[in-house]
Design a protein around this ligand. Structure first.
Ligand code: GRF
Length: 194
């Protein structure tokens, strides 16, 4: 059997997408596995979640490096290479990356964003979709480039916006789509890379 592609997940918060990727990577026929969960935030609930799953988790707090973003990213990059990672999946990683890390992982770093890009890059996407009266919303997996949420789109998943939706109900519907979409895209990419 071919070795699985080695994936790191970078997060800052809850970690539900990380969990979906860890579970997917543990399926016997999965072409990838999550070998490292990395957080810039020591208080991220995703760290405890990774530990509960038995996934190797590590914090590289950005604060001791402030304001040197480059130095923080060099530490992240070193951790990724030490873990012999081939792919990086951003999953709620709340730092804007500098060209250094983006260029180091071009074509190997993905992100999941909670909107149908190019609609609503940045934050508060669910509130913006509701305020605009959109009937359809969703999520996008894209390659990471220097522009925020601007890299080539790999795949999107659409969900309906229903009468009476709140930010919470819409978030839950989009997140369910994220948890299905992200592992599927990563599997397709890593399978075709072998
Ligand atoms: C997700 O909605 C994702 O689209 C966005 O950040 C959120 C992370 O959620 N980039 P979680 O930490 O994976 O639960």
């Amino acid at each position: 059997m071919t070795a699985k592609a080695r994936v790191a997940v970078l997060l800052s918060g809850v970690g539900s997408n990380m969990e979906a990727l860890v579970h997917a990577g543990r399926q016997p026929d999965a072409p990838f596995e999550v070998v490292l969960v990395l957080s810039n935030n020591p208080a991220a609930p995703g760290l405890a979640r990774a530990e509960a799953l038995g996934a190797p988790a590590r914090t590289i707090d950005h604060r001791p490096f402030d304001p040197d973003r480059g130095a923080h990213e060099r530490a992240i990059d070193a951790a990724l290479r030490a873990a012999e990672v081939g792919w990086v999946a951003l999953a709620g990683y709340m730092r804007v990356l500098t060209p250094f890390l983006v260029n180091a992982w071009t074509g190997r770093m993905l992100n999941i964003h909670p909107s149908l890009l190019p609609k609503y890059p940045g934050l508060n996407t669910h509130a913006r979709a509701l305020a605009a009266g959109d009937r359809v919303h969703g999520c996008t997996v894209h390659f990471v480039t220097e522009g925020v949420d601007a890299g080539a789109v790999l795949k999107m998943a659409a969900v309906p916006v229903l009468e009476g939706d709140t930010i919470a109900s819409l978030t839950a519907r989009v997140q369910a789509a994220e948890h299905e979409l992200y592992p599927r895209v990563l599997a397709r990419l890593t399978r075709s890379a072998f």
